[in-house]
Design a protein around this ligand. Sequence first.
Ligand SMILES: *Cc1c(COP(=O)(O)O)cnc(C)c1O
Length: 455
Amino acid sequence: MNETKILLSERDIPQHWYNIVADMPNKPLPPLHPATHEPIGPDALAPLFPAGLIAQEVSGERWIEIPDEVRDIYALWRPTPMFRAHRLEKALDTPAKIFYKYEGVSPAGSHKPNTAVAQAWYNKEEGVTRITTETGAGQWGSALAFACQLFGIKCEVYMVRISYDQKPYRKLMMNTWKADVFPSPSDRTETGRKILAENPDSPGSLGIAISEAVEVAAKNEDARYALGSVLNHVLLHQTVIGQEALTQMEMAGEFPDIIVAPFGGGSNFAGIAFPFLHHNLTKGRSVRAIAAEPTACPKLTRGVFRYDFGDTAGMTPLLPMYTLGHDFVPAAIHAGGLRYHGAGVLVSQLLKDKLIEAQAVDQIDSFEAGVTFARAEGIIPAPEANHGIAVALREAEIAKEEGVSKTILINLCGHGNFDMASYEAYFAGKLGRLSLSQDDINTAVGKINTPEIAG
Ligand SMILES: *Cc1c(COP(=O)(O)O)cnc(C)c1O
């Protein structure tokens, strides 16, 4: 039969998260203290994160057991479906077989609840009653709001002012799940008050919002901070996606030649790709894993591998990563989740070692691909997801030119039902092409004044 949906049952929800560190030929370099540049240990993270998550952040164990209660909650939307994109293949007239794993069926509409629920659980275990975070477009804030409310934890979200004003529905989702949402900069923190004193009409930024959320967590014993991407434990939690996908591909009698996923800080990419890379690293497979980033924020394809701060304000430890510099401000593209200057440590090391690949996509091409997808398959993808789809279409075109049948797996990490304003701008021809000149790149990376990485 020409199967369209490949479905698993609740019994197939993975029992463990997969930690790729165990299989990496070159282990990630240590984080450095922001001031002394000396390697820091896990205890430096204790004011911000619960011990259970810090242990995962530095773990070298290959398989980490998922707590039963987390798996029970995952069952609200997991396992997620995989689809064979028969109609898209036909529309493209390609010999490639295209599959997509759909994470948009979660309550918040993206992959982010996979880590939000896990993070909230470890916080609850250690008696934390309040979690602070930042959100840009609102995907992460809504995922964490949903997760905290399940455990009776108070969730405090600092939402970039301009998004707060422009995206009322994401805010209302968070309110429905009982979170307090504050436009950032706010008058609740020293950072916020200082910025408001200088500029009462500040539109805010992700960097400012992170600084506010971190400040509140650091100053209040009952509060901890949560991050939705980049960190090792966040990538770890997302590996439920790829483990399910492995089983589903097996059920379809396939193993992918190519996996594509959009790339912001690396969590959904890692989530789908790492369990397959386990087969590359230990079982002689050779799937190509391609991260799709925007041309407006091309840290993987045009950035440098350097120690840099995770945030704009320079408060976090220094992390070894591909970066455009922590004060690089990307153009205001609609894929808000991809506007991050850096990349997670694990994916950065894997890219350095040429074990994964990256490609950049212009936002106009990404929307064109997303609309092609929506018209063939029905689902309207998140603007971020469109970048991965665009790379998949490119690879399908190459397969067609070469007359070979490739199996391509896409991570459709979220739906775009709250992002229709960005589609409106695309249809109205209001989006511009955004490519950075080599001078722009040189200026951005020239500002990085953090330690060089030897070798
Ligand atoms: C947050 C987000 C991203 C980017 O973050 P990653 O950590 O790189 O996955 C991509 N797509 C969607 C739908 C998101 O919400």
